[in-house]
Ligand binder design. Structure first.
Ligand code: GAP
Length: 502
């Protein structure tokens, strides 16, 4: 069983709580499944992810404009988009304990000791080791002992719910009870607008930001001096009533998306699709995800939605498995045509140069802010050794964030709280802030402990004011990753850090 994987996730989750990156939502009341809060360091990290995306996709380009539209929209939007009818998960219920699972995630696992089937149960798992773990958790104590003793030697077989061999029944992972037939469950959260709580007042929390872009396509075209090909970008909250929120923030019920709908001429759609597919993959590499943990997976034609002419996922090797960070799709003219038909509004585009009128094709790079943030957290987590004040090597945990994403860019310490050192350090800290750098001032405890705290926060540079500063106005700057220390002029700290974080 993959203990090291669980270990790594456990360590990361514990660091995120201990250092204020991520907390369970409403934790003081026992939490609520699928909802997460970002603490003081986490909110800066996540904001840096969003700012980097916004700057690179909107502010640095002439062909993309931004949008921020409402979360609750006219319910007709979701009828036209197909979400009311098609945004479903197949569900099964346990007849005995009433637990509910996504049917496509239920596996049956049998552990065989020769001809003897030790345990067969339906389990929700992404891979074999997860399935085995769930079988162990669900087995009675006698069976569990046998499985633990002989687990490695046993033959494990996994089957999807719809492909069960005759001698293995789909059973509840929780209690072993019988499961119902799969049925459809719509994942949109419902609410009511106004005083009435009946079907005429029913509305939905958006399950994606994309439809707000399609609904505003005409407005943007008419009000900005933009021409096809162009894109509309939006970052915002989306909500999905996921049946099995899991893997920390990876699958949540409330999350943020960063989406672009890029409108182009049908004949150019293939080229733009390839362009965005590569550009989005490279964006993650540029921000520190190592290419051997990233992959750009083209969907098989059989996987494509009926309207899509191409789709690729940027996937990342999380500690719990390889999973999607972002999808890039060529959605053809499906969405604009659907809204044109349902709203009766003209959503065609007239090309002045070719004198052609057409409904543009759409290339959609659609990423998750929380998933990207989780990938950056996983990638950053490192354990190595650093010397303490006496020069003895000590284990340290360090978050090696890309400098652009690091929540704090520079920390400033006076070596001791006297001899004017705090005053000099405070001035450097304030200058850094004035220059727009996220800076942290710390004068408490041994300097080695202050370094450790900043290593766990992922701060790229620590600046120390010491006795020598009083003589020659220089300070030491310590590099988080190489641990190299150099002396530079105190009044050059801001310039030094700015040059290095880019
Ligand atoms: N407009 C297309 C769309 O929404 P999607 O594949 O359903 O496509 C896009 O979602 C991205 O949103 C995913 O690649 C993922 O990063 C993020 N996402 C989707 N569901 C999520 C969830 N339950 N929790 C966190 N992120 C999610």
């Amino acid at each position: 069983m993959a203990e090291n994987v669980n270990d790594l996730m456990e360590k990361l989750v514990s660091l995120c709580k201990r250092r204020g990156f991520i907390f369970q939502s409403s934790e003081i009341y026992g939490g609520i499944g699928g909802f997460w809060d970002y603490g003081p360091l986490g909110v800066e990290l996540k904001r840096n992810v969003k700012n980097a995306w916004w700057k690179d996709t909107v502010l640095k380009r002439d062909d993309i404009v931004g949008l921020d539209c409402s979360i609750i929209m006219n319910p007709k939007v979701w009828e036209a988009s197909g979400h009311v009818v098609n945004f479903n998960d197949p569900l099964v219920d346990c007849r005995k304990c009433k637990a509910r699972y996504r049917a496509d995630k239920v596996f049956s696992v049998s552990a065989r000791d020769g001809d003897n089937v030790l345990f067969a149960g339906g389990v929700e798992a992404d891979d074999e080791s997860g399935a085995q773990a769930a079988v162990l958790a669900g087995a009675n104590s006698k069976t569990r002992r046998r499985l633990e003793q002989h687990g490695e030697a046993l033959a494990w077989e996994m089957h999807r719910l719809d492909q069960l061999p005759g001698d293995v029944a789909a059973m509840c992972p929780n209690c072993g009870g019988e499961l119902t037939e799969p049925r459809k469950f719509n994942m949109m959260f419902k609410t009511f607008v106004g005083a009435m709580e009946d079907s005429s007042a029913q509305a939905y929390l958006r399950p994606e930001t994309a439809q707000g872009i399609f609904a505003n396509y005409r407005n943007v075209l008419d009000t900005s001096r933009i021409k096809v090909p162009f894109g509309i970008a939006q970052i915002g909250k989306s909500f999905r009533n996921e049946i099995n929120p899991r893997n920390y923030t990876f699958r949540s019920r409330e999350f943020e998306q960063m989406e672009i709908e890029f409108f182009c001429a049908p004949a150019e759609a293939d080229d733009w699709y390839k362009y965005w597919r590569d550009a989005r993959y490279n964006w993650y590499v540029t921000h520190g995800l190592q290419s051997d943990k990233l992959c750009l997976r083209d969907h098989d034609p059989a996987e494509l939605a009926h309207y899509a002419a191409g789709c690729a996922d940027v996937e990342y090797a999380f500690p719990f498995g390889v999973a999607e960070l972002e999808g890039i799709a060529n959605r053809t003219d499906f969405d604009l045509k659907a809204h044109q038909t349902a709203s009766g509004k003209d959503l065609t585009y007239f090309d002045d140069e070719t004198k052609e009128r057409y409904v543009p094709y759409v290339i959609e790079p659609s990423g998750g802010v929380d998933r990207a943030t989780l990938a950056f957290l996983c990638e950053a987590y490192c354990e190595d050794e650093a010397p303490d004040e006496k020069g003895n090597m000590q284990q340290r945990v360090v978050m090696k964030f890309h400098p652009r994403l690091a929540p704090v860019k520079v920390a400033v310490f006076p070596l001791v709280k006297k001899e004017g050192m705090p005053e000099i350090a405070t001035k450097i800290h304030q200058d850094a802030r004035k220059a727009g750098l996220a800076s942290f001032y710390d004068e408490k405890g041994a300097v080695g402990r202050r370094y450790r705290r900043q290593d766990e926060a992922g701060t790229p540079f620590c600046v120390t004011v010491d006795g020598q500063t009083l003589e020659d106005q220089t300070v030491t700057v310590r590099d988080r990753d190489s641990l190299a220390q150099e002396r530079i002029a105190a009044d050059k700290v801001v310039q030094y850090v700015k040059e290095r974080i880019g």
